[in-house]
Design a protein around this ligand. Structure first.
Ligand code: DOR
Ligand code: ZN
Ligand code: ZN
Length: 425
């Protein structure tokens, strides 16, 4: 089968290490079919999917339920296991069962999964350090947010902007700093999800200079919106961590340029339209879909000269492949060497419309934005899953676990506490 790609560019498919597909448990928001349809339409060939579903992906049974739901996938996927205070005895079984990374919530967000104490977190890091899998962190300190939110609510404050006020940048920065200390102590590999502030970049940079294996992502919404979004977009912009003030946005762009931020992910977090427009901001669910719009939005930044195409490819595919061990052959230089490809038209212009999204959640803060640069074909392991801007029928179930190719480097645990190791083994 010959593809005429005259005038098009052939890029590695994007690897989005941060999506929530809600299945099982919240399939009115999304499921593996609609979520991976959105990925295929967005030029995304691999996703890493989060554990805040029902039942949470925190036990072997939870993992089996997730694997059963993921059988519908159209693109390749990694699965996150939850790392919480109450499930440390399941970590070995989750690894044996095939999780590809772990997720630890330092603060509460959708799903209300409790955040482990610092003590439990240290133990969790020690256990996972023995396996070498990366731990992705929702780095927001629960106790700071809880107090701020309560103060605001008691004072009757409930505008969209009050969501930002409830989570100042110290919330994320304190969590990133603490996580880096625990990672240094244990030798755990960590990944800082959704970096939203300039302040987080300093502990990240310093930890890396000390040899901590820490990677970090930011998301299109932090790069493209600032505090004006609370008035202009309203409650739909509510997301954890929040979109912040202009100086933070500028610092994130500098962080991309100087390499302290390794990659772009989306935090694809679909909710039904009615869940995004409730009476007070405190009742509005946090997050919005992103996996389908990342590539057009970022290619638009390439068209505007804010980012080079090679930097975009590194941020969307090369860096996540390296951080999560997705090199199919030893020494292979091209991530996704098994033909995970996005063929893009860098000159094509479109307008983002929620109603046209393939996510079940027809709501996006990017509504109406003009983009230049759109994926027109997506191939997963050499097979078209999206062709000429249309889903290819019959590709449900083509997606496979990345376990097939994932090879993390050898674990390097440090400061192994022999007493604890014996107890928790
Ligand atoms: O806004 C968010 N939504 N932030 C998170 O951390 C979780 C996510 C979700 O699952 O809805
Ligand atoms: Zn999060
Ligand atoms: Zn998330």
């Amino acid at each position: 089968e010959v593809l005429d790609a005259a005038g098009l560019h052939v890029l590695p498919g994007a690897i989005d290490v941060h999506v929530h597909f809600r299945d099982p448990g919240y399939t009115h928001k999304e499921d593996w079919d609609t979520g991976t349809a959105a990925a295929a339409m967005g030029g995304v060939t691999t996703v890493f999917e989060m554990p805040n579903v029902i039942p949470p992906t925190s036990t072997p049974e939870g993992l089996r339920a997730k694997q059963a739901a993921a059988a519908k996938a159209r693109v390749d996927f990694g699965l996150y296991g939850l790392l919480g205070e109450e499930n440390l005895e399941h970590v070995e079984a989750l690894v044996a069962g095939g999780v590809n990374a772990f997720k630890l919530y330092m603060g509460n967000t959708f799903g209300d999964l409790p955040s482990p104490s610092t003590g439990a977190m240290l133990e969790a890091f020690e256990i996972v350090a023995r396996h070498g899998l990366r731990i992705s962190l929702h780095a927001e300190t629960a106790s700071i947010m809880a107090r701020r939110t309560q103060r605001l609510r008691d004072a009757g404050k409930d505008t969209p902007l009050d969501h930002l006020r409830s989570r100042p940048a110290v919330v994320a920065t304190e969590a990133v700093s603490r996580a880096c200390v625990l990672a240094e102590w244990t030798g755990a590999r960590i990944h800082v999800l959704h970096i939203s502030s300039g302040d987080e970049l300093r502990p990240l940079r310093e930890a890396r200079a000390r040899g901590v294996d820490v990677t970090g992502e930011t998301c299109p919404h932090y790069l493209l919106f600032d505090e004006r979004a609370y008035d202009e977009i309203g409650p739909v912009i509510r997301v954890n961590p929040p979109v912040r003030e202009k100086p933070h946005q500028e610092a994130l762009w500098r962080g991309l340029a100087d390499g302290v931020i390794d990659m772009i992910a989306t935090d694809h977090a679909p909710h039904a339209p009615e869940e995004k427009t409730r009476n007070t901001i405190w009742q509005v669910d946090c997050g919005f879909p992103g996996v389908e719009t990342q590539m057009p939005l970022m290619l638009t930044q390439v068209a505007r000269g804010r980012l080079s195409l090679t930097d975009y490819v590194r941020l969307s595919a090369g860096a996540p492949a390296r951080a999560f061990g997705l090199f199919p052959r030893k020494g292979a230089l091209i991530p996704g060497a098994d033909a995970d490809i996005a063929v893009v038209d860098l000159a094509r212009e479109e307008r983002i419309a929620a109603g046209a999204l393939h996510s079940r959640a027809k709501v996006t803060p990017f509504e109406g934005m003009g983009v230049r640069g759109v994926p027109v074909h997506t191939l997963v392991r050499g097979r078209f899953v999206m062709r000429d801007r249309a889903l290819v029928p019959g590709t449900e179930g083509w997606g496979q676990s990345v376990g097939r190719v994932q090879r993390m480097p050898e674990p390097r645990p440090r400061h192994v506490d022999q007493t604890m190791a014996a107890i928790t083994a």
